[in-house]
Write a protein that binds this ligand. Structure first.
Ligand code: HEM
Length: 215
């Protein structure tokens, strides 16, 4: 059966409960509450570097042949450079980062999904690009908690500054204007759900090793 809702509504509505669960998870609550040790935040950036490196490599590979990707992706949405900048600030050598089991599994999921349906990459990308909405708020908390200057260590969380809302609006308008088959839309929503679940698992695995400094 065809779902009559625009793809942007489907993505938001059908992943809302997963979004809310991620927001309510222990890792994010500690991060937002300024209770997560700095190493936990830096470790998150390291895991996200592995995820973005894999996803963005596949997006670059498929962007010319997948119309939805071509419609939404712009060069500034490739976030690997922002993660490398933040990690360099914290003195982390990217070669020293070991992906957690959750991260490895997510990379396998993305790779397999891209093989069977490159349109699904738009769904994976939706979650990470969309996370910049909350990222801007999280960046403020992180700067306070770790006493960071505005322009260091939070480039990934807050890549666009005050332009964030406008950029997200444009992203969604560009996707909504695409003509997509029902199968492509279903693949995108499914991929977005996979990405939310997998990131929540990455947070959980990280949280085991970084207990909050204050209860
Ligand atoms: C403490 C954690 C978080 C907070 C406070 C937060 C907050 C927000 C806020 C305020 C919005 C804008 C909602 C709107 O204007 O309708 C948003 C959107 C979004 N967030 Fe989060 N978020 C958090 C975690 C996450 C995580 C972990 C992810 C993904 C891994 C994520 C993915 C998204 C996406 C995809 C959207 C766009 C929804 C849409 O417009 O379709 N968020 N978030």
């Amino acid at each position: 059966m065809t779902d009559p809702r625009p793809i942007t509504d489907r993505l938001k509505q059908d992943t809302q409960s997963l979004h809310d669960a991620a927001e309510e998870g222990g890792f994010n609550k500690a991060l937002m509450g300024g209770q997560l040790p700095r190493e936990g935040y830096v470790a998150l950036l390291g895991q996200l570097l592995a995820v973005h490196t894999a996803l963005e490599g596949l997006i670059r590979q498929h962007v010319e042949s997948a119309p939805a990707l071509k419609a939404v992706v712009t060069e500034e949405q490739y976030q690997v450079p922002y993660l490398l900048e933040d990690l360099a600030y914290f003195g982390v050598d990217p070669a020293s980062i070991a992906p957690l089991p959750a991260t490895r599994d997510l990379i396998t999921q993305i790779t397999e999904a891209a093989k069977s349906d490159p349109a699904s990459l738009t769904g994976f990308h939706y979650v990470l690009e969309g996370s910049n909405n909350g990222g801007r708020v999280i960046a403020m908390r992180v700067r306070e908690a770790y006493e960071l200057p505005t322009d260091k260590g939070t480039r990934y969380l807050d890549p666009y500054g005050p332009a964030q809302r406008g950029k997200w609006k444009t992203w969604k308008e560009n996707l909504a204007a695409c003509e997509l088959t029902e199968d492509e839309q279903t693949a995108m929503v499914d991929a977005a759900g996979q990405m939310f679940r997998a990131i929540a698992r990455v947070h959980d695995e990280l949280y085991v090793t970084c207990a909050p400094t204050r209860a």
